[in-house]
Design a protein around this ligand. Structure first.
Ligand SMILES: [Zn+2]
Ligand SMILES: [Zn+2]
Length: 206
């Protein structure tokens, strides 16, 4: 079932603090701001490996792939190793997909959808292009594409070296990344796009 909320972000209501047993391969883990990383900071990891560190029993080493904020398409991303405090991590329920717009609380559960629940009317997914797979909720989807299929704010190009995205409206979206991030961290590009969608939406519905 879709979850549309108007208060706290979905992450706060749906994410739980994991135990070591929860840190199984394939789970999506959100990394706290003070976690130590060996490569540029991801927004989230999908775990390929997780073990307690030798130094403190509450620390955990995570080794996985950098994801988009919505957790999709993990295979395109870099591997990173993280040392984090277990009680500061949050773990996503399997199958959670979130709207890309910054601070949007809406999400839906793909596992319920695969089990026969229909996708909620009004959700859209960017099917093609550099940010293909990005999800948009019923509130934010009309900002991007009108019902007749006209795209107003879709990513059309991405500069290979900087990740700068060109929107169909002509705006250039600049992901915030470390200065020498190579290759571009796509999660940061998704984040920049989500900020743009957030910024454009009030102008659509005054
Ligand atoms: Zn949204
Ligand atoms: Zn735009």
């Amino acid at each position: 079932m879709p979850h549309e909320r108007d208060a706290a972000p979905a992450r706060d209501q749906s994410m739980t603090t994991p135990t070591l047993r929860d840190l199984q391969p394939g789970r999506l883990v959100y990394i706290p701001a003070d976690a130590a990383l060996t490569s540029p900071r991801p927004l989230a990891l999908i775990i390929s490996e997780a073990t307690p560190s030798k130094s403190a029993p509450t620390d955990v080493w995570l080794n996985g792939q950098v994801l988009r904020p919505d957790g999709s398409n993990p295979l395109r991303y870099n591997t990173a190793t993280v040392l984090a405090l277990l009680d500061k991590l949050t773990i996503a329920p399997p199958g959670l997909r979130q709207c890309v717009a910054t601070a949007c609380p809406n999400s839906y559960d793909t596992i319920a959808m695969y089990a026969g629940e229909p996708i909620h009317p009004g959700w859209r997914m960017l099917q093609r292009g550099i940010l293909g797979g990005t999800n948009l909720c019923p509130h934010h989807a009309p900002t991007v594409v009108t019902p007749d299929g006209t795209f107003h704010h879709a990513p059309t190009a991405m500069e290979r070296d900087t990740g700068t995205i060109t929107c169909t409206c002509g705006a250039l979206l600049y992901p915030r990344m470390a200065s020498k991030t190579t290759p571009v961290v796509r999660a940061a590009c998704v984040l920049a796009y989500g900020t743009h969608i957030h910024d454009m939406t009030p102008q659509r519905t005054p």
